[in-house]
Design a protein around this ligand. Structure first.
Ligand SMILES: NC(=O)c1ccc[n+]([C@@H]2O[C@H](COP(=O)([O-])OP(=O)(O)OC[C@H]3O[C@@H](n4cnc5c(N)ncnc54)[C@H](OP(=O)(O)O)[C@@H]3O)[C@@H](O)[C@H]2O)c1
Length: 310
């Protein structure tokens, strides 16, 4: 890989840009907002202004690139409050997605790989079972259905034209400035229900190395689960984070109240109950995780002054 385009060079994209630049790759990273260009430059990438809702900005996006990484999420369109919607939690949700338009542009570009960052939210409810890449999906929330449709677009392009799509599904992405501990510190987290459901996560630096490995060694048409070694129950995880900060365990919230305040898709994410296997990223992509569990990853995501103990 000599040149790579990161569509949606946000939290994960900037970490990936930094990693690829260190490996000698020429990187471009997109944003819709010119004020974010400086942060993309700081990560070592050339900033490009791109908005997938504007077809004109898609033209030539993959020109001269070997690999495109697509990090752009489906767009939430609020309903129920007239046209335009209010976008408040609790509104009925629907999503739009631009993967088909992006693929149409990239199909002519002779890419080595097109790496799509999707979500493990598309598995739906499995009552704490173990899940791998072969497990059938069951997208239950509006966001998960939009994600699934994006993946189907990529699979169809691969089957039809050999489009070199590799799908990486991530659970909760955390790292510096963004983790459950940060939410608890802000008083912005309550454990929905009993908290005995299993949640999964990946540190952003490990996700970056998994995405880079997927570009180099991933099989076109394949799916990879980018998750760490230890699914954990929501309450155990929350109490661990609060303990790190020297705070009392965060309160619980009953599920009806959580649905009202968090929105259907956010609640589905926090209430998910599954245990994800990372066997394939280790065996096929040769990944060695820097933060195999939250027990190393969350303390490393906090500034030294934020922790009550080391
Ligand atoms: N956060 C999680 O726990 C999690 C878990 C699983 C999967 N994911 C998915 O993984 C991807 C990366 O996550 P992240 O947390 O790094 O996200 P992020 O920081 O929000 O980055 C996503 C980027 O997409 C860009 N974007 C959004 N809509 C766009 C549009 N219409 N046209 C062009 N660019 C657009 C945004 O760019 P600007 O705002 O700068 O224009 C933003 O930088 C996302 O698709 C996310 O949904 C996230």
């Amino acid at each position: 890989m000599k040149a790579a385009m990161i569509l949606g060079c946000g939290y994960t994209g900037k970490r990936l840009a930094r990693l690829l630049c260190e490996q000698g790759v020429r990187v471009r990273g997109t944003t819709r907002d010119a004020s974010r260009a400086a942060a993309i430059s700081e990560a070592g990438a050339e900033p490009v202004i791109l908005d997938t809702t504007k077809v004109v900005s898609l033209i030539s996006l993959a020109e001269g690139m070997d690999v495109v990484f697509d990090m752009i999420p489906p767009r939430r369109i609020a309903q129920g409050a007239g046209s335009g919607g209010s976008g408040k939690p609790g509104d009925e949700e629907s999503f739009e997605d631009d993967t088909a338009a992006i693929v149409a542009v990239c199909a002519g570009a002779r890419l080595e790989k097109f790496v799509y960052l999707g979500s493990t939210g598309i598995y739906g409810e499995v009552a704490g079972d173990w899940i791998d890449e072969q497990t059938p999906v069951n997208p239950a929330s509006p966001r998960a259905r939009a994600r699934h449709a994006a993946e189907e677009t990529l699979r169809a392009a691969h089957a039809r034209d050999g489009f070199p799509a590799v799908i990486v599904r991530a659970p909760g992405i955390y790292g510096p400035d963004r983790s459950l501990a940060h939410r608890i510190k802000r008083g912005a987290y309550r454990v929905p229900g009993k908290g005995d459901n299993y949640l999964n996560r990946i540190h952003v630096d490990d996700l970056a190395q998994i995405l880079a490995a997927a570009a180099l060694r991933g099989s076109p048409g394949a799916v990879y689960l980018a998750t760490d070694d230890q699914p954990e129950q929501a309450r155990v995880l929350a109490d661990f984070c609060a303990g790190l900060l020297g705070l009392p365990p965060p309160p619980s919230v009953d599920e009806t109240e959580a649905a009202r305040t968090m929105g259907e898709s956010n609640l589905a994410m926090l209430q998910g109950d599954k245990r994800l296997s990372n066997r394939r990223i280790k065996e096929e992509l040769g990944v060695t995780l820097r933060y195999p569990t939250y027990r190393e990853g969350i303390p490393a995501s906090l500034e030294p002054g934020e922790r009550s103990r080391s």
